[in-house]
Design a binder for this molecule. Structure first.
Ligand code: NAD
Ligand code: DAU
Length: 336
């Protein structure tokens, strides 16, 4: 099976590339990634032994010529992970988000239509549904109500996917996953930011009252779900992915401090994120029922493995936490 994976040098994309190479000897893949601030070829060191089964191409999913050239090679499936992904950065400046997340998806869909690609998998997010109150969980039929520019750009891409299925009969699948954590996550997101700041004895900036709830899933469980969807599902479907592991942010932060034997005085409550979604929770029963997927990593196991990974890979995150990262950090957190 030949795959074109986009965004395969980011957090989930690189975990997915490694998972597919390890799990399916018959899979070869082209990995198209622009290497933005969030992309890192170092994430794919472990792909080197797989030789030509992994081919990296640096480029932009909005570059029509490049995308058409790659898709004219007729991959069996295109899996689109490439995106601008950080909600806070979308609040600071949303242009790159609309460009990559909306126009980039359109370019990929057009090319798939043009060259008759059999299947397109769009990696979307629970954030397209907006925010929940204290009860209930999102199902696939929940109305789309995105609240951040990031979420709105992902919802727009989901709607483009729907239209290419309905209008042109393209075999498009959309997966919507909850918050991922695990190795190789860029240290701007809650978990790696808090782990690495704690390791550096820096303050841990918690937004608002710290009681916003996220539904955490280990990245490998997400990768297994995407693998099942791309190989086993019916076209035109949407699948929620989540492992029913809901925790308020403050619980996550305290857990990290406890594991690292660091004091709670490192926590600093800061000005809330504008438009901050209060709670996400995913109903993934369709995926379980139709494709037999089950998450296998418990929150405690996954957290302990993740914390250990950041302790053991200090060079990886120390190299990131320089230059552009520090400028961004100062701009976003400096006056909070
Ligand atoms: P990430 O920010 O770690 O990685 C994004 C990757 O996309 C990077 O390698 C970057 O270089 C690449 N990229 C960005 N713009 C590009 C462009 N124009 N052309 C080609 N490549 C480009 O993101 P992530 O957290 O791994 O998320 C991957 C996907 O999963 C995204 O579509 C995101 O919306 C979705 N998602 C993420 C989560 C999560 O918790 N992280 C949850 C659900 C869904
Ligand atoms: O739910 C899926 C989404 O999860 C993905 O689609 C996004 O790409 C991904 O970035 C993530 O979005 P969140 O906004 O939920 O993740 P983030 O790690 O930025 O924040 C998680 C929670 O922690 C959220 O309630 C905000 C809070 N937070 C975050 C940061 C960065 C803090 O309290 N302090 C912080 O410094």
């Amino acid at each position: 099976m030949k795959l074109l994976v986009t965004g395969g040098c980011g957090f989930i994309g690189s975990n997915f590339v490694l998972y597919m190479l390890e799990t399916h000897p018959e899979v070869s893949l082209v990995n198209l990634d622009l290497l933005t601030y969030a992309g890192n070829l170092e994430n794919l060191q472990d792909a080197l032994p797989y030789g030509e089964r992994h081919r990296f191409v640096r480029g932009d999913i909005t570059d029509r010529k490049l995308v058409y050239d790659l898709i004219s090679e007729k991959p069996d499936v295109v899996v689109n992970f490439a995106a601008e992904t950080h909600v806070d950065r979308s609040i600071m400046d949303s242009f790159a988000f609309v460009n990559t997340n909306v126009l980039g998806t359109q370019v990929l869909l057009e090319a798939c239509k043009e060259f008759g690609v059999e299947r397109f998998v769009q990696i979307s997010t629970d954030e397209v549904y907006g925010s929940l109150g204290p009860e209930g969980a999102f199902t696939e039929s929940h109305p789309l109500a995105p609240n951040s520019p990031y979420a709105a750009s992902k919802a727009a891409a989901d709607l483009l996917c729907r239209s290419y299925h309905k209008t042109y009969g393209l075999d498009v699948l959309v997966t919507r996953c909850s918050n991922n954590y695990g190795p190789l996550q860029f240290p701007e997101k809650l978990m790696p930011l808090m782990i690495t700041n704690a390791l550096q004895d820096k303050e841990l900036p918690v937004y608002g009252d710290g009681m916003n709830v996220r539904d955490w899933i280990h990245v490998t469980d997400h990768c297994r779900a995407v693998d099942l969807v791309l190989r086993k599902s019916r076209g035109g479907e949407i699948y929620n992915i989540g492992s029913s592991s809901e925790y308020p942010n403050l619980h996550v932060v305290r857990y990290i401090l406890q594991r690292l034997s660091k004091p709670e005085s490192l926590i600093r409550f800061v000005q809330d994120r504008p438009g901050h979604d209060r709670r996400y929770a995913m109903d993934a029963s369709k995926l379980r029922r139709e494709l037999g997927w089950e998450p296998v990593t418990t929150f405690e196991e996954g957290m302990n493995q993740t914390i250990s990974w950041y302790i053991e890979h200090e060079m990886w995150w120390q190299r990131i936490k320089t230059g552009e990262y520090l400028t961004y950090y100062e701009k976003w957190y400096g006056n909070r």
